[in-house]
Design a protein around this ligand. Structure first.
Ligand SMILES: Nc1ncnc2c1ncn2[C@@H]1O[C@H](COP(=O)(O)OP(=O)(O)O)[C@@H](O)[C@H]1O
Ligand SMILES: Cc1ncsc1CCOP(=O)(O)O
Ligand SMILES: [Mg+2]
Length: 280
């Protein structure tokens, strides 16, 4: 009998939301969605700081609870900052999330992602197409967006296998590939998450927000797998509630309602009953 996600991660679903403490997350990220990420963290009672100058790291890293490294915008300075922060997080044992934004688009981003992986970060994530490219598989992603073509049953099975092979070399890292179906793979297991609505693919920053919130949950002490599963499930359930409310609105209204739910849904104890997903 296949175990449901809420059975496998029962304790985390019972105790995580609403947060009991306010983890401070340093986000080294892109200018497109930086404000959405900062506010999404505040909406769940976490604390953002968007600091990326390496000279600040020794002092700042004594204060932060987790680090988010987002490849959305690459410049020579940002590349140096991402690589320095990734190394420093490993040296100081600071929980870290790497978001592989655009690695299916350019070799440069792919190479930076691979360098960041060598630090054995807690979580490496991206949309289904970005993670396929990163795992050495053919990807049909365009720009920073995932492609539905990479979501077939065969493609998901192929990616699961490729990520399992990666976890043999990176046993302390959990891999997350997001999309209509989300795939979570670590050395402890493989899980498929099924919440969310198609509209989540139609405003920028949804994956970036998932990366930031995952770092926050690592910052309060959840395991890698728990942080990923709780974040994706919670965020996607917020979107489902928003979509149900948004009968007359467009995508901008849906975005607003989804972000609003981040601060509201945690107070509905029965939100966990919405969660869909299973062990593979
Ligand atoms: N078609 C979809 N149906 C349900 N959920 C989706 C869909 N597309 C994306 N999501 C959800 O939206 C969030 C962002 O995923 P995705 O769009 O793949 O990332 P990115 O913004 O990095 O491309 C994830 O929580 C994912 O589960
Ligand atoms: C459009 C865009 N271009 C560079 S970063 C960015 C935002 C990507 O955000 P997400 O990965 O959450 O869609
Ligand atoms: Mg993304």
């Amino acid at each position: 009998m296949t175990q449901s996600i809420t059975e496998v991660f029962a304790d985390a679903f019972k105790t995580t939301f609403p947060l009991k403490s306010s983890p401070l997350v340093d986000c080294i990220t892109n200018p497109v969605t930086i404000e959405s990420m900062a506010n999404a963290l505040l909406y769940i009672d976490a604390k953002p700081v968007m600091a990326d100058l390496p000279e600040e790291f020794p002092e700042l890293f004594t204060q932060i609870d987790a680090l988010l490294l987002n490849l959305g915008h690459i410049s020579p300075e940002r590349k140096d900052s991402l690589l320095a922060a990734g190394r420093y997080a490993a040296e100081t044992h600071k929980p870290a999330v790497v978001d592989l934004v655009g690695v299916a688009a350019t070799q440069l981003r792919y190479d930076i992602g691979q360098q960041l992986l060598q630090n054995h970060p807690n979580v490496v994530k991206g949309n289904i197409s970005e993670v396929r490219r990163f795992a050495g598989l053919k990807s049909t992603g365009r720009g920073v967006d995932g492609s539905q073509l990479d979501q077939s049953v065969t493609a998901l099975a192929e990616l699961t296998k490729a990520l399992q092979e990666l976890t043999e070399r990176f046993p302390n890292t959990t891999f997350l590939a997001t999309g209509e179906t989300d795939l979570v793979v670590s050395e402890k297991g493989q899980w498929r998450l099924e919440n969310g609505v198609p509209q989540l693919d139609r405003f920028t920053g949804t994956g970036d927000i998932v990366g930031a919130l995952t770092a926050a949950l690592l910052g309060i002490g959840l395991s890698n797998d728990e942080a990923v599963v709780l974040t994706v499930s919670y965020f996607n359930c917020c979107a489902e509630v928003a979509a149900a409310q948004n009968t007359a609105g467009g995508i901008a209204s849906f975005r607003e309602k989804t972000l609003d739910q981040l601060s509201l849904l945690a107070d509905q104890a029965d939100w966990v009953q919405m969660v869909k997903g299973e062990a593979l």
